[in-house]
Design a protein around this ligand. Structure first.
Ligand SMILES: [Zn+2]
Ligand SMILES: [Zn+2]
Length: 435
């Protein structure tokens, strides 16, 4: 209803009449914006982001007498004056030399797994109950309550602190869904500059024993709530949530508390930014041809009440309703039901990707996500081979060409014909090199 009203609004008409800037002009401006931004960051004018040539990184390189960084996107996306809330070390103190004589510069988002435990219980209980009525509020309840069962909020910490958590969990043999909070990690680590933490096993054991009763209680509650949410007996009470513990570019509602991000995002995508500021391919030797050789696991059969489970999530219900009953993916020819699959934590998943339907894509403006990810893998591989990314994510290949390398099967990602796919990679590289 609200959507219909929006589509009739003067504002929406204005938007359709004022198509975005000409594509080429926009791309050229975006490239210019990115290079000006990188210059400003490297000159030290902007410190809310980081990269391999910032003043901080120059200081780190000089300290270690090394030039190679292994740097991840959380490091690049966070401020140069950030400090780990767990070990209280600055980025300079955290950066250390890795096994391959590279400088490790990595930050991770540490989170509690209780939300995951609740979702797993919910999906299992839903399937078992065989309820054929969608439990929209039940699922929303579960998604919103996940964090309520958490012992702490998601938080950005250094990789050494995160590794110490993993090591301590192994030492004390704690259960799957348990993790130590930043405050608890702080108590069992012995830390120094430019080196991994030592874990005090006795202290870790003591802290786990202290935490255990609360963990067990939470798991008991989670089982009860997950079960109630899946079977009609739930209640629903929304509560506002603010993520402010992860001050990383583009993360969640980062624009609210990192005001410069909004201006940056108008012109520069996160992907382009991380590529421009990061160490590029040297640090992470990704195997970009793996998509052609990996055989996907066979898909699980859908439970009888899969549609009710799917429709319980509003976004998935909208996607399901956005195409007609007899829709088939124009590339792999699978029906809606065949495209649906059992995802992580037994979540029923149905995703589509849309494009503007230009040129060869005129009859394929809506495709399934498995075809979409095949296309993305192809694009990544040819980008790597060419050393640049095609400006148009679709135009470099036709839906028919893509269809020829795919062996579709129901409820699972596509298998790929290796020889055909290799030939397609060469063809596209040739095509783009000539254009
Ligand atoms: Zn730390
Ligand atoms: Zn498809």
């Amino acid at each position: 209803m609200t959507d219909d009203l929006f589509l009739q609004s003067r504002f929406f008409r204005w938007c359709t009449e004022h198509a975005p800037l000409k594509y080429d002009e926009e791309q050229a401006l975006r490239r210019e914006a990115l290079s000006v931004l990188v210059e400003s960051i490297n000159a030290g004018e902007i410190i809310s982001l980081d990269g391999i040539d910032t003043p901080l990184s120059k200081k780190i390189k000089a300290h270690h007498q090394l030039a190679n960084f292994e740097m991840n996107s959380n490091w690049i996306g966070s401020s140069q004056d950030w400090m780990c809330p767990c070990c209280s070390r600055s980025k300079f103190q955290i950066a250390r030399v890795g096994k391959k004589r590279q400088i490790l510069a990595k930050l991770v988002v540490h989170h509690d797994h209780m939300g995951g435990a609740l979702e797993a219980v919910f999906h299992a209980a839903f399937e078992k109950a065989g309820t054929s009525v969608e439990q929209v509020e039940g699922l929303r309840l579960v998604e919103r309550m996940g964090s309520a069962f958490a012992a702490y909020e998601e938080v950005l910490i250094c990789e050494d602190c995160n590794n110490a958590d993993t090591e301590a969990k192994k030492l004390v043999e704690s259960p799957l869904f348990f993790s130590f909070s930043p405050g608890q990690i702080k108590r069992f680590i012995r830390c120094g500059d430019h080196q991994p933490h030592q874990v005090d096993a006795t202290m870790a054991q003591q802290i786990w024993q202290e935490a255990k009763p609360a963990y067990e209680l939470r798991m008991k509650l989670i089982r009860a709530v997950g079960h109630a949410a899946a079977t009609d007996a739930h209640w629903y009470e929304p509560y506002p949530r603010r993520t402010s513990a992860i001050p990383v570019f583009g993360y969640g509602d980062s624009v609210i508390y990192r005001s410069s991000d909004r201006t940056i995002q108008q012109w520069v995508s996160g992907e382009a930014l991380y590529r421009a500021l990061g160490p590029g391919k040297a640090a992470s030797a990704r195997n970009l041809s793996r998509w052609r050789t990996t055989v996907p696991k066979p898909g699980k059969a859908l439970p009888d009440n899969f549609l009710a489970m799917l429709r319980s999530e509003e976004a998935r219900a909208r996607t399901w309703n956005s195409v007609s009953e007899n829709w088939r993916c124009p590339i792999c020819r699978r029906s809606k039901q065949e495209t649906t699959y059992v995802g992580e934590k037994n979540k029923i998943s149905f995703y589509l990707q849309t494009n503007r339907g230009f040129g060869k894509w005129v009859n394929a403006s809506t495709i399934c996500n498995h075809c979409g990810s095949t296309l993305m893998s192809l694009k990544l591989e040819v980008s790597e081979l060419l050393g640049c990314t095609p400006t148009d994510s679709y135009g470099f290949v036709s839906p028919e060409e893509l269809a020829k390398v795919i062996i579709p099967s129901a409820h699972s990602p596509h298998s790929i014909l290796p020889a055909e796919a290799e030939a397609l990679v060469s063809l596209v590289v040739q095509r783009l090199a000539q254009s």
